[in-house]
Design a protein around this ligand. Structure first.
Ligand code: C2E
Ligand code: CA
Ligand code: CA
Length: 679
């Protein structure tokens, strides 16, 4: 009752309303800022905590100060500046400690922590109020009623604990109400505890009080308002950042097309609808062939330009209801409806047509070549994963057959994929079980009579006979059940699975050990996969194997293909330089099948070029193949690199090679790969 009388009789209502407004508004801002602090990372948290504590302290302090100015007791009063400022500091510090207790106890703080935080906050509000009252100097006597003081402290404590409990449990409205009630109940119960007995002279009121109260309230509202503004700006920035992140998560940043996540969501929606309406559609995986080579020759920027261009062309070729996404480096996927009676041809034809024109990269024209793998719904799969997986299998089939372009999924591909998986498992055991062996194919040098007889005359057409200068080690897998498995089948699997590292090490060690027992100074040539160069310390391995087998380094030659350079040029160069420093020679294998032959030859001084056997097949019938042979031989002569022709099978081929001045040969004509070498 006394509290109500105090409110009703002793106060200026306008200022009182202002005080309540400041209190409610400040509490709201403080709690919002505190919530932000709870959501943030370590560094940001401190800043938001600071703002929250300042807002809470200011709200309490300002409410108290304005309400004191609203208090009418007809006695002249002043405020001790030091204690007034101290009361503000106490409020801020108390709120900071209380908030800090809860701030990193997510998601649900312990009950005792919440109660302790509430008690601290209540204590800070009380301390602020009563220090503020000590700052209140009147010309009269202040008499305190201890019971009301006790009740005021009890109220503050209870409401503050309620506020922190609700805040901790995420009930923000109750927290706000409780905090406001904590401040208000303390103040007005505290004021009801106070009786002022004037010292004698009458006082006509404090005319400046209203102005001062409004000024203080405005100042504090500005501070609290700044906090509120930061909160709103942050919320907005946060929302925008989230939106950008959401967009990024679904879009490919290079081409602006939807990405894999987006494709999967689209497919799932499409499947749900298609199942309900029994509609057919197709999934196609589009993979650009030899894209790595584009990157290698034209740089990553060139590769990016190419991807952007093909993406934009394909996008322009789409019709309503068709969907295109980029799902990997050079891999795209499209989904398109297939109404009854229609085939996928028209859609694929449209894509092939836009890809048939060359793409201009800087001043070069590059013709994109894509492989398409198609899986149809419902017959080839009823889930997104299965359809994509099967389209992928079909795409690999298309890729393996260069003339093919498009391949449709067939159940037998599953069989092939299963066989590949099984082979990988068996390959793993093959080294330990001793199922590998090396066969050796002779490499010969054609010699002239002049050289043989030692006479000084040069007769270029009179080459006669040959001498074996070395052997190429070729790996053979004798599978206990499946028989001989050709390297063309298992080497790619060994490379994909990383098993080539172990297998390659075995090949190198075995070849060197066996070669050390051969007669004379015959060389051994060992094939080295790109994976071995990019994923292991090959120079160290070669050095260790040479030490171990005591093979003269000059008798070892490593054969690498150009694709090795495409994988990782820097690393490849470093490895080759390390190997050459050991005295081992290096040959470029399968020359003429790659892309950057000249660039590669310039990058590293190879000892030997092995002209790919595909040239031998038509060198006797095709003038073009013959022109290439001539050009490669000329290149070898001018760069001082030996040229060895692979795949020599017939006497006609040999005669032609002789007439063109080729001096090193390998092929069935000189010997098939065999277990034993000639002595
Ligand atoms: P490659 O390095 O080009 O090896 C030469 C291949 O040509 C061998 O096939 C050989 O048997 C075959 N060949 C030799 N002369 C003739 C000929 O006159 N006519 C025809 N048509 N073919 C001939 P192979 O042994 O089946 O090896 C195939 C490929 O497997 C090799 O091609 C090589 O790339 C890879 N390979 C073999 N052994 C290893 C190895 O130990 N490590 C690695 N990384 N790859 C190996
Ligand atoms: Ca080879
Ligand atoms: Ca070769």
């Amino acid at each position: 009752m006394r509290i109500l009388t105090c409110l009703y009789v002793d106060h200026n209502y306008w200022l009182l309303a202002l005080a309540v407004l400041v209190c409610g508004g400040g509490s709201w801002v403080a709690l919002e800022l505190f919530r932000r602090a709870r959501q943030r990372s370590e560094r940001q948290r401190f800043g938001w905590l600071f703002l929250a504590a300042v807002a809470a302290g200011c709200a309490v302090w300002c409410m108290h100060f304005v309400a004191m100015l609203a208090y009418r007791n007809d006695v002249p009063a002043t405020f001790d500046p030091f204690l007034t400022v101290a009361s503000l500091m106490v409020a801020i510090a108390g709120a900071a400690v209380s908030f800090a207790l809860l701030v990193n106890r997510r998601p649900l703080p312990r009950l005792s922590t919440m109660v302790l935080a509430g008690l601290l906050l209540g204590g800070a509000v009380c301390a602020m109020h009563y220090i503020g009252m000590f700052a209140y100097k009147v010309d009269g006597l202040l008499i305190w009623n201890p019971r009301y003081v006790a009740v005021s402290i009890l109220f503050a404590g209870l409401f503050a604990v309620a506020a922190m409990l609700s805040e901790g449990r995420g009930r923000s409205l109750i927290a706000l109400l409780s905090l406001t009630l904590c401040i208000l109940s303390l103040h007005f119960t505290g004021m009801a505890a106070l009786e002022v007995i004037p010292s004698g002279q009458q006082f006509a009121g404090n005319p400046g009080a209203v102005g001062l109260a409004v000024a203080v309230a405005c100042g504090v509202l500005l501070i609290v308002g700044t906090g509120a503004a930061s909160h709103m700006i942050d919320a907005d920035v946060n929302e925008k950042a989230l939106e950008t992140l959401r967009e990024l998560a679904l879009t490919d940043s290079l081409t602006g097309l939807p990405n894999r996540n987006s494709l999967v969501s689209f497919l799932e929606i499409k499947l749900a609808r298609a199942q309900a309406e029994t509609r057919r559609f197709a999934v196609v995986i589009i993979d650009f062939d030899k894209f790595k080579a584009v990157n290698d020759v034209h740089g990553h920027e060139g590769g990016d330009d190419m991807l952007r261009e093909v993406a934009s062309r394909m996008r322009c070729a789409l019709k309503d209801g068709e969907f295109l996404a980029r799902i990997g480096g050079d891999e795209f996927a499209a989904v398109f409806p297939l109404p009854q009676g229609r085939s996928a041809e028209s859609f694929l034809g449209r894509l092939e047509a836009v890809l048939a024109r060359p793409v201009q990269i800087k001043e070069f024209d590059v013709l994109p070549h894509a492989s398409f793998g198609v899986a149809l719904y419902p017959q080839d799969g009823e889930t997104a994963a299965r359809l994509l997986g099967n389209a992928d299998l079909a795409m690999y089939r298309a890729k393996a057959d260069p003339g093919r372009g498009v391949s449709y999924y067939e159940a037998s591909m599953d069989e092939a994929a299963r066989r590949r998986r099984e082979l990988v498992l068996e390959l793993r055991r093959a080294v330990d079980r001793g199922e590998f062996e090396l066969h050796y194919q002779p490499q010969a040098r054609l010699r002239s009579n002049a050289v043989v007889s030692g006479e000084g005359t040069q007769l270029p057409e009179a080459f006669d006979g040959h001498c074996v200068i070395g052997y190429e080690a070729l790996l053979r897998w004798r599978h206990p059940l499946r028989g001989n498995i050709p390297p063309a089948e298992f080497i790619p699997l060994a490379e994909e699975s990383g098993l080539i590292l172990r297998i390659g090490e075995w090949v190198l060690r075995t070849a060197c050990r066996e070669a050390a027992t051969w007669p004379a100074r015959r060389r051994v040539a060992v094939n080295v996969s790109a994976v071995q160069i990019t994923h292991s310390d090959l120079p160290r391995l070669v050095e260790a194997v040479l030490d171990e087998t005591l093979l003269d380094p000059a008798r070892l030659e490593l054969e690498i293909t150009e694709t090795t350079f495409i994988e990782d040029k820097e690393r490849c160069l470093a490895a080759l330089i390390g190997i050459r420093a050991l005295g081992v020679t290096i040959a470029m294998d399968d020359f003429g099948t790659g892309y950057s032959s000249l660039a590669t030859l310039r990058a590293f001084p190879f000892h030997r070029i092995k002209l790919d056997r595909s040239f031998m097949q038509d060198v006797t019938s095709s003038p073009e193949a013959r022109a290439i042979l001539r050009a490669v031989l000329a290149l070898g002569r001018s760069l001082d690199i030996r040229v060895l022709a692979e795949g020599v099978e017939t006497v006609e081929q040999l005669t032609l090679l002789r007439s063109e001045g080729c001096t090193e040969v390998q092929g069935f004509l000189f010997g098939r790969p065999a277990r034993a070498v000639e002595s």
